[in-house]
Ligand binder design. Structure first.
Ligand code: UTP
Length: 272
């Protein structure tokens, strides 16, 4: 099944966990190997058949994200990508960022990709989201460790067949005591416009913010959400260790760097 041709990439977060790197530079522009994180994400969207990306950026330095994609020669592989920018004037959280793009999205279904999560090489998840869709929304899930249950939105699982399941609801950062499962929402989604309607009608939730997880809960309780459980995690460049790991994993996947980087890592091993 073919997926949406539109992708939304929220990239307006403050990135406080990556300070001081993000004092001036947006988190989405931190480089991983030889290109910013947000370009890896745009390339992933294009691999899934996306022809238009809406980036949600912050009012201050967010325009640098637009410049990266629009100034100078077109980026290889992204020549035909239509790039649109929506400004989130206040950092009101992820749900608010998605809602900010409502007018630009209109009545289209769309993939949503968090700009601080990068897929591992060869482990794209968007095609499996499109394949699992029955006309409603689909969320990427992963089995997460107990200590992660206060860091992710967590799904209330229904009937499961293989890697696909009905999602009956979702809870934001429940913690181990209240978690309905160990299935975390990992930053890749296929949404119908229903999610925007749900977001528009939500009261602030966890942390006093409009939560995307609460909107997923809303559509899921109406039988309009499925999930796909992946077996590999995404690289989280929003924390320093994750950024380091992402550089190594993506560096090793590139033929021009593989030998030199492998040799370097082996030399470190010998030092221990
Ligand atoms: P995070 O939860 O990682 O928040 O955002 P953050 O503000 O970026 O980082 P910290 O917690 O301060 O270190 C998840 C995704 O949602 C986007 C971020 O850019 C990231 O891709 N986001 C978050 C927005 O677009 N706007 C917001 O107001 C908050």
């Amino acid at each position: 099944m073919t997926g949406p041709e539109l992708a939304l990439v929220p990239a307006a977060g403050l990135g406080t966990r990556m300070r001081p790197a993000t004092r001036v530079v947006p988190k989405a522009l931190l480089p991983v190997v030889d290109r910013p994180a947000v370009q890896h994400v745009a390339e992933e969207a294009v691999r899934a058949g996306v022809t238009e990306v809406i980036f949600v950026v912050d009012l201050g330095v967010g325009s640098l994200i637009r410049d990266h994609f629009t100034v100078g020669e077109p980026l290889p592989g992204l020549e035909n990508l239509k790039v649109r920018i929506v400004v989130q004037e206040e950092p009101g959280g992820l749900g608010h960022a998605v809602l900010t793009a409502r007018e630009s999205i209109g009545d289209r279904s769309f993939f949503c990709l968090l700009s601080d999560n990068i897929v591992r090489p060869g482990a794209d998840v968007l095609p499996s989201l499109a394949a699992a869709s029955d006309g409603g929304s689909v969320v990427a899930l992963r089995e997460v460790g107990e200590h992660m249950l206060d860091r992710y939105g967590v799904a209330i699982p229904g009937e499961r067949r293989g890697s696909e399941l009905e999602v009956l609801g979702a809870v934001e950062k429940p913690g181990i005591e209240n978690a309905p499962s160990n299935l975390g929402l990992v930053g890749r989604y296929l949404f119908t416009p229903e999610i925007l309607e749900a977001l528009a009608n939500l009261e602030p939730g966890y942390g006093g913010e409009i939560q995307l997880t609460d909107a997923i809960d809303f559509v899921a309780r109406r039988g309009r959400c499925r999930g796909v459980v992946g077996d590999s995690d995404l690289l989280d460049i929003g924390i320093p260790l994750g950024l380091l790991e992402a550089a190594v994993v993506l560096g090793l996947s590139r033929t021009e760097f593989r030998d030199g980087l492998t040799e370097f890592l082996r030399s470190l091993e010998e030092l221990r």
